[in-house]
Write a protein that binds this ligand. Structure first.
Ligand SMILES: Nc1ncnc2c1ncn2[C@@H]1O[C@H](COP(=O)(O)OP(=O)(O)OP(=O)(O)O)[C@@H](O)[C@H]1O
Ligand SMILES: [Mg+2]
Length: 529
């Protein structure tokens, strides 16, 4: 630095003083390459031409009034240090410093060392200032461009030195957006003035602990302010010299997507599990049923050959009855694994339900009130009427069992349009027009664990001998085989709703023959009750 050459612009209208200055600078440590002008206008031209590294500026020039000279040089060339000269007025010189000059010299007191030092220091200070300004601008650009909402807080301490609050020093554009307030409305304000205690409290408390511990903090936050939906943030807090910087990234949409994905994966896993159990159950039921047929066949053969009075007849009859019950169970398993032979017809489910009302009423007993509703002109579905009755019976029996102290059982039929959004959330659903059968009770409800298993064959929470756990498995199988879907909504203590969606068909329903229903219901009643 000592040996380098610096280009200086000397702006002085008094020629004799200008000459003195030049003389003084010739003997300085640094080599000064001096351009000389005697007015402000040519000085500005010269500066505009470039290459000048420092300005030695007389405060009074013939073509400038007041502080015009220093103001225009500083404003026009903020990176060039200015040292002002004045004949006598120290206050004037000091004011010039306030307007951006680096230093001043009093003409009468100047000597070569002083002048050279003033100029050299001015150069050094300016270059430090410029470097700081550039680095500041770089950081500001980086912070402004950040995807995060960034804020810088400075600690406010009480007399004992304890941090009690923070003042917002600065925020970036994303923080303005997040807060929904412009920078001016936030900067210089105290944190505690910026929001309700429940929102500000956690920030304050974290800021204090980050400052105290001196470590950065990084976490996922969920924020639910009254009246606004839950939001998720990735949050970083870094301790500064006497404050903290905070960066927040709104991850709500990513979070929602992940949750959505998780839910869909879970549903898919569930339906794959049912698929696997179904295949297994179906295989076992099929082979088992064949074995039962052999047992029953041989039993009957032996029975026919035994005389009426034979003592083993009763035992054989018991074997036959047990085999029959076992076979009824395997039929339910076959229903679950969708291996039943269905007799689908174009049906009006309202008609099916109508025919069952008195039977249902008897089944659920006096303590449970039965409400049935049909909403609007119901479309037809393609399904086996006996199987539809079986679905309604099984769901109604479960509802009754969930309401041992009585309650209301509501069975409702309505048309429903399942759209793409619904289908996206429920992976096994095919979008389109459907008829929905809802069975709602006011019973004890189910926790999520129970809900995730209810359609599995043999899953039951009932005492041994009270339930086989095949009711809903059968319903599930029938619904799936009829190309529908079934969903349950329940909470412990808040009852349950089962919704069965069956695709709607654009054909008039065939009237039911009187016998189909009654027989099937008796069948399922026998098995279920
Ligand atoms: N409406 C309901 N309210 C509360 N829990 C229910 C309801 N429906 C079914 N559940 C639960 O789901 C389990 C399985 O039901 P599912 O109908 O398959 O078998 P089950 O009723 O126990 O026996 P089964 O129907 O074979 O006699 C029940 O044990 C019960 O825990
Ligand atoms: Mg049941």
């Amino acid at each position: 630095m000592q040996t380098t050459t610096a280009r200086l612009l000397l702006v002085e209208d008094q020629a004799d003083f200008a000459a003195v200055v030049k003389l003084m600078l010739q003997n300085s440590d640094r080599t000064w390459e001096i351009s000389e002008v005697d007015r402000l206008a040519p000085a500005l031209d010269c500066l505009a031409g470039g290459g000048i590294e420092a300005v030695l500026l007389d405060l009074r020039l013939p073509d400038a009034t007041g502080f015009e000279a220093v103001d225009r040089v500083v404003a026009g060339f903020p990176d060039i240090p200015v040292v002002v000269m004045t004949s006598y007025d120290r206050t004037l010189a000091a004011d010039a410093l306030g307007r951006g000059a680096q230093d001043y010299i009093i003409k009468g007191e100047v000597n070569p060392t002083l002048l050279s030092r003033a100029l050299t220091y001015a150069l050094m200070r300016k270059s430090a200032e410029v470097a700081l300004r550039r680095s500041d601008a770089r950081f500001r650009a980086a912070v402004e461009g950040s995807l995060d909402a960034v804020g810088i807080l400075s600690a406010v301490r009480d007399r004992s030195g304890r941090v009690t609050d923070f003042v917002v020093v600065d925020i970036n554009h994303n923080a303005e957006r997040l807060l929904g307030r412009p920078r001016d409305a936030v900067v210089s304000r105290r944190l505690t003035e910026l929001g309700p205690p429940e929102a500000v409290g956690p920030v304050l408390q974290r800021s204090v602990s980050v400052m105290g511990e001196g470590h950065a903090l990084e976490e996922e936050l969920s924020v639910a302010l009254p009246g606004t939906p839950m939001r998720w943030f990735h949050h970083q807090m870094v301790p500064l010299e006497d404050g903290v910087s905070i960066a927040l990234r709104d991850t709500t949409s990513r979070h929602d997507k992940e949750e959505d994905l998780h839910r869909r994966e879970e549903q898919l896993r569930q339906s794959q599990k049912m698929e696997a159990i179904g295949r297994l159950a179906g295989g076992v039921a099929h082979d088992f049923n064949n074995l039962l047929t052999v047992i029953r066949g041989h039993g009957e053969l032996v029975l026919r050959r035994l005389e009426e009075e034979h003592p083993l007849r009763r035992n054989l009859q018991e074997i036959g009855l047990a085999a029959e019950r076992a076979s009824a169970l395997t039929h339910q398993l076959l229903a679950f694994s969708r291996k039943q032979v269905l007799q689908p017809r174009t049906l009006d489910l309202a008609e099916v339900l109508d025919r069952m009302e008195s039977l249902l009423q008897r089944m659920i007993g006096e303590d449970v009130e039965l409400v049935t509703r049909r909403r609007g002109a119901l479309g037809s579905v393609r399904a086996d009427p006996a199987q539809m009755e079986q679905i309604i019976v099984n769901l109604a029996v479960n509802a009754r069992d969930a309401m041992p102290q009585g309650g209301v059982l509501t069975i409702e039929l309505a048309n429903a349009e399942l759209d793409e959004t619904y289908a996206r959330d429920h992976p096994t659903v095919v979008p389109g027009p459907h008829v929905v059968l809802s069975v709602t009770d006011t019973g004890h409800g189910m926790d999520p664990d129970t809900q995730s298993r209810i359609f599995e064959p043999f899953f039951t929470t009932k005492e041994p001998g009270k339930g086989t756990g095949l009711g809903l498995a059968t319903v599930y199988g029938i619904v799936k085989q009829s190309e529908g879907s079934i969903w349950v909504y329940s909470e412990p203590g808040r009852g349950s709703t089962f919704k069965v969606y069956l695709p709607r068909v654009d054909q008039p329903a065939e009237p039911l023959s009187p016998r189909t229903g009654a027989a099937a219901v008796h069948g399922s009643e026998m098995v279920l009750l």
